[in-house]
Design a protein around this ligand. Structure first.
Ligand SMILES: C/C=C/C(=O)SCCNC(=O)CCNC(=O)[C@H](O)C(C)(C)COP(=O)(O)OP(=O)(O)OC[C@H]1O[C@@H](n2cnc3c(N)ncnc32)[C@H](O)[C@@H]1OP(=O)(O)O
Length: 289
């Protein structure tokens, strides 16, 4: 049974509560609980917490399998309207698991399509809010960038330090980072391993919002996810699809897709309800139809 976590008071108690409640719920995908799965008060937000604190949430293959399994469950569950991915209030993720990778050979990496399944998150249609505290390095930074909205603490650390290990980013870092912050800054981070703090990440466009002092990054992310959960499901999905299309399509095709989605929303009850509610000066009641 999934539990409802209370997302409020202090940072420490929030993490403890999330973890205790998740531990009393069903295992995420393995008995190791590499990803803790809890729900917000409203039950509409699935909160997925990476749980390898001793390894700074290094992204091992089993951890990513657990995350993918939880993402699939959240995507399939009608009661889930939005997803939060976090590493808790200490560290998001210090990258792919270097100890797992260090002896890997080309043939194995190539034939097993190593990291190929890590892109699963990109196929999730429900909105995903990322909550970053501490380190978001390498694959951790890339996972953060795969979230639709990213909230971070001012002191969090982002970076693509793969060059210091004799490799380059392999989970989208060279592509998504460049589209978010531009070629010059992306080159700087990828070729020198430069790390930036949350304040810089927000200034450069890598992060949507920063927490204020004494705010819990998880609580703030859940608030954002709850806000989105309060809107009509069809329009939310269309909004995500349209924005994501801008990353893949030339402008003309992207504009055409946006216009089609916009026009199609006039076939929904939610569009009728939303506009009638505005005219009648009342709150809309969404039917998701
Ligand atoms: C496609 C994607 C590719 C990649 O992502 S490549 C990996 C990119 N990431 C990195 O290069 C970061 C590696 N980690 C670090 O540089 C440091 O950590 C930090 C600066 C983040 C923190 O340093 P400190 O505070 O001194 O902690 P600590 O003692 O180094 O780490 C605590 C434990 O966590 C393990 N750990 C940290 N990052 C990883 C990792 N990425 N893969 C595997 N283990 C990791 C350590 O080894 C250690 O463990 P133990 O206590 O057993 O010695």
């Amino acid at each position: 049974m999934l539990t409802r976590s209370i997302i409020r008071p202090s940072t420490t108690s929030t993490i403890l509560r999330l973890q205790l409640r998740a531990m009393s719920s069903s295992p995420s995908s393995s008995s190791e609980q590499l990803v803790l799965s809890t729900r917000s008060d409203s039950n509409k937000v699935s909160i997925l917490t990476l749980n390898r604190p001793k390894a700074l949430n290094a992204l091992s293959t089993p951890l990513f399998q657990a995350l993918n399994a939880e993402l699939e469950k959240a995507e399939a569950d009608d009661s889930v309207r939005a997803i939060v991915i976090t590493g808790g209030e200490k560290n998001f993720a210090a990258g792919a698991d270097i100890k797992e990778m260090k002896d890997k050979q080309f043939a194995e990496a190539y034939t097993t399509n190593f990291l190929g399944s890590w892109n699963k998150i990109a196929s999730i249609r429900k909105p995903i809010v990322g909550a970053v505290a501490g380190y978001a390095l390498g694959g951790g930074c890339e996972l953060a960038m795969l979230c639709d909205i990213l909230i971070a603490t001012p002191k969090s650390t982002f970076g693509q330090p793969e060059i210091t290990l004799g490799i380059i980013p392999g989970m989208g870092g060279s592509q998504r980072l460049t589209s978010l912050i531009g070629k010059q800054k992306a080159m700087d981070m990828v070729l020198t391993g430069r790390k930036i703090d949350g304040i810089t990440a927000e200034k450069w466009g890598l992060v949507s919002r920063l927490t204020e002092e004494n705010q819990s990054v998880v609580e703030e992310a859940v608030k954002i996810a709850e806000t989105i959960s309060g809107f009509g499901k069809v329009a939310v999905q269309a909004g995500k699809e349209a924005v994501n299309a801008s990353l893949d399509l030339p402008l003309e095709q992207g504009l055409r897709l946006e216009r089609r989605l916009f026009q199609q929303l006039f076939a929904t009850q939610d569009q009728k309800e939303g506009m009638a509610a505005f005219a009648e000066k009342r709150k809309p009641t969404w039917s998701d139809k």
